[in-house]
Write a protein that binds this ligand. Structure first.
Ligand code: HEC
Ligand code: HEC
Length: 339
């Protein structure tokens, strides 16, 4: 099955088959299949439509350390493909070698996002990518450093010229090309998807029990819902956050948004410990323990978070289920780009 997935992804990557080639993920026969099936088409904004030239530029730039001001890190230094486009750090490490305030989130299925960043500070993908580029703590890109990078790298220059003919180097345009590439990072099919499509042997009995708890008694599915297992909204789930008020910093009068952070997708989640916006939970088992305890009690705590009374077996069943959302083993390098 690994090989089949790998060769399928290779076909998609090299453009030999289009999105239709992944239709088996959406061949739904019941409501549950529909609820958890990844849409066949990636959405693109009307003011920033797909172009093959933008994708080629974005894909190249994503892996190019020359893009950063000091020439030391690429997007892929933090958003590492083999780790579900995140990393194993509690706080990400910027171009200046200093830790940043937040953990690197995954980029999988970001095309379907609503607001970006853990606190929803960015209204579009192009905005958050621009933020990552120009932030002096992150990549420290300036128009000047971009011009220099292009002058030093004929490949970058020619790809830019193909995507934006007769246009001067601009951070904004480069961000649009990178956002185009990020949209193509769709989580590939996992054992969970094969189970949903009718293969009863794709996941273990424990994982099946875990999924039932996830959707039922443990209430996880209230927030982690749909094909990407996220409501794309913000909640305080009772994580210890120190002075960080999360989305509440922007909305001081909202009680519920204090210490609220974005619900992350759970696809490929096993690849990117430690967890939460601040990496405060070392393993999936500790995440489930936190939910079972009910998190820190405070006025902002979401009403769906309370002690769950799960047995040890029930907790490990939920972890077994979470692991079935992994499409490929850690360390394998599959480029997950599709149009
Ligand atoms: C130093 C590590 C680092 C680098 C390099 C980096 N990022 Fe990020 N990225 C982060 C962190 C940390 C966040 C969360 C920021 C926040 O929540 O405000 C983030 C957030 C994002 C998001 C939003 C994801 C979501 O669902 O909310 C996108 C998209 C993204 N980065 C793309 C990129 C691209 C493209 C590049 C290269 C231009 C890049 N990043 C470079 C660490 C990094
Ligand atoms: C009230 C909404 C809500 C409920 C219910 C909920 N979650 Fe979450 N989940 C979130 C939010 C929000 C975060 C991010 C919190 C943070 O970063 O501080 C999160 C984070 C996680 C993470 C870490 C992912 C990562 O990449 O860091 C896992 C794993 C997870 N939840 C699993 C579960 C499980 C299992 C359950 C049920 C026992 C559950 N969640 C119930 C909203 C919810």
């Amino acid at each position: 099955m690994r090989l089949r997935t790998a060769s399928l992804m290779a076909l998609v990557t090299f453009g030999l088959i289009g999105a239709g080639g992944l239709a088996f993920r959406t061949m739904s026969t019941g409501p549950r299949h529909i609820q958890y099936a990844t849409p066949a088409k990636i959405p693109y904004p009307a003011n920033d439509p797909f172009s093959a030239a933008k994708l080629a530029l974005g894909r190249f730039a994503f892996y190019d350390p020359q893009l950063s001001g000091p020439g030391t890190i690429a997007c892929a230094s933090c958003h590492i493909p083999s780790l579900g486009f995140a990393d194993h750090r509690a706080a990400s490490l910027g171009a200046m070698g200093k830790p940043m305030a937040l953990r690197t989130p995954t980029l999988l299925d970001a095309a379907w996002g609503r607001l970006y960043g853990w606190e929803g500070k960015y209204p579009s993908l192009a905005d958050v990518v621009t933020g990552a580029m120009v932030n002096p703590m992150n990549m420290a890109v300036t128009t000047h450093s971009l011009r220099q990078a292009m002058a030093q790298e004929p490949d970058l220059q020619s790809k830019y010229a193909a995507a934006f003919p007769a246009k001067a180097p601009s951070v904004d345009k480069m961000a649009r090309a990178l956002a185009t590439y990020v949209r193509t990072l769709v989580a590939p099919p996992s054992p969970f998807d094969r189970w949903m499509q009718g293969d009863p042997n794709a996941v273990s009995a424990g994982a099946k029990r875990g999924f039932k708890l996830f959707e039922g008694k443990a209430k996880c599915g209230v927030c982690h819902k749909g094909f990407a297992f996220t409501d794309r909204s913000f909640h305080d789930i009772g994580v210890s956050t120190g002075n960080d008020l999360g989305r509440g910093a922007k909305f001081p009068s909202s009680i519920k948004l204090q210490r609220a952070f974005k619900t992350p997708t759970l696809r490929d989640v096993a690849l990117r410990a430690p967890y939460m916006h601040n990496g405060s939970q070392p393993t999936l088992a500790s995440v489930v323990r936190l939910y079972n305890k009910g998190g820190i009690k405070r006025p902002s705590l979401d009403e769906n978070i309370h002690p769950l009374g799960l047995t040890t077996l029930e907790q490990s069943d939920i972890v077994a289920f979470l692991k079935t959302l992994t499409s490929y083993p850690e360390g394998s390098l599959e480029i997950q780009s599709r149009r």
